[in-house]
Design a protein around this ligand. Structure first.
Ligand SMILES: [Zn+2]
Length: 195
């Protein structure tokens, strides 16, 4: 099983930061992606980052990289998770009240992607994180997301708390928070692979 960790956005992407500038999404999600890959490798999994560059890599190119690997090893032997931090609309650079973790799949998501999303949500709850659910029966959100829509393997996008909520940002930047976000991905991947 090839586990691919994507981190959205690049150093030049506008916005995508906490109002006080202490958290920048491109940098934070790269750090988390590196931690997830390291933790998975330590447990013997074949994991890698899809974007090792600091600059923004287009969605088209990221999907191309993922699908190249899918064609090499077979789509059912690949798993993708794209790591993000959320922002509350209207995304105006001010602090807001919305908080929590959520998992997202594409509108054309396979049963496997949905199962993977449920596994990540379960793992987030085990880490004690507040989870934003679409509905009790359908805890993940269905959206038109290129990284999930245009890739050939099971794929989920995670929004790891809010970069414009003071409490979430303080937690995200703490070592405890970084470990919780890393662990939820590692456990969620293991729950999925073991089920
Ligand atoms: Zn993002």
């Amino acid at each position: 099983m090839k586990i691919l960790i994507d981190n959205g956005h690049g150093v030049e992407t506008a916005g995508k930061r906490s109002p006080d500038g202490s958290l920048r999404e491109y940098s934070y999600t790269r750090e988390i992606a590196r931690r997830i890959v390291q933790a998975l490798r330590k447990e013997g999994f074949d994991a890698e980052q899809i974007v090792t560059e600091e600059q923004d890599i287009s969605l088209e190119e990221r999907c191309r990289r993922i699908n190249t690997i899918c064609r090499q090893v077979g789509s059912k032997n690949v798993l993708v998770v794209s790591v993000h931090c959320n922002a509350a609309p209207p995304n105006d650079g001010q602090w807001h009240k919305a908080r929590g973790f959520s998992a997202h799949v594409s509108l054309n998501a396979s049963a496997a992607s949905k199962k993977f999303a449920r596994s990540l949500i379960k793992a987030a709850e085990e880490q004690g994180l507040r989870v934003r659910k679409y509905a009790h029966q359908m805890p993940y959100w269905e959206q038109n997301l290129a990284i999930c829509r245009d890739t050939l393997c099971p794929a989920v996008l995670t929004e790891n708390l809010f970069q414009d909520n003071r409490e979430d940002v303080a937690f995200l930047l703490s070592e405890e928070g970084k470990q919780a976000v890393t662990c939820l991905h590692v456990s969620g991947i293991k729950h999925y692979l073991n089920s």
